[in-house]
Write a protein that binds this ligand. Structure first.
Ligand code: 5GP
Length: 191
């Protein structure tokens, strides 16, 4: 997606540890017009796939999911990062290793918001090693839902998450794939 690539080139900052900072438009301040176009692009790619819910993980995924859901006309449900007491087993839980913070955290999602009739589109801001996505896929497996697709804003193609998910057969669309980045340059994969 040209518009997203241009924004990354203009405003993205490469930080130590292979972290791309895009807090001017995606992770802190939000460019709603850009998010709307991202949602429209996800609809172009997954709009005919019978999606019934958009699934994401807090916090940065929520805005992307909401703007995407506007195009699909379906609800958003997001996994929470807070530890939740699993009284009577009313939540699905999984453990995720955080790329940016370097530690494990629990995710939880109330059972009542996903059912086996659902076909979900999972969206997130970044895909790096794929740990966050694995946690969401684990929740989907527990809920018995069908994963209709995975929509990512920025995939770091030099990390293995994207290749692993494609090899596993998921319909994965990344709107910008960064193949290389350092202090002086950043290049995208041609798609
Ligand atoms: P993964 O679980 O695929 O290794 O990493 C994905 C998650 O870590 C995303 O939800 C995102 O919040 C965060 N993340 C990974 N790499 C980056 C990065 O380069 N920049 C930012 N801002 N977040 C990242």
């Amino acid at each position: 997606m040209k518009l997203l690539e241009e924004r990354i080139l203009r405003e993205g900052q490469v930080r130590p540890g292979n972290v791309l900072k895009v807090d001017c438009f995606l992770n802190h301040q939000l460019d709603v017009e850009l998010l709307d176009q991202i949602g429209q692009e996800f609809y172009r790619i997954f709009g005919q796939d019978g999606i019934t819910k958009i699934l994401t993980i807090e916090a940065s995924g929520i805005a992307i999911a909401c703007m995407t859901a506007r195009h699909f006309g379906v609800p958003v449900v997001f996994a929470k990062k807070a530890k939740s007491k699993n009284i009577d087993g009313e939540v699905y839980t999984s453990v995720v290793h955080s790329y940016t913070y370097g530690r494990d955290y629990d995710i939880t999602l109330a059972r009542k918001f996903l059912s086996p009739d659902d076909k979900v589109l999972i969206v997130d801001d970044f895909l790096a090693n794929g740990k966050a996505m694995r946690g969401l896929l684990d929740v989907c497996r527990q809920a018995g839902v069908t994963v209709g697709g995975i929509g990512i804003c920025i995939e770091k193609g030099f990390q293995p998450g994207g290749a692993e998910l494609r090899a596993a057969g998921y319909k994965l669309a990344s709107l910008a794939i960064v193949d290389h980045m350092d202090d002086n340059s950043l290049t995208f994969r041609q798609q």
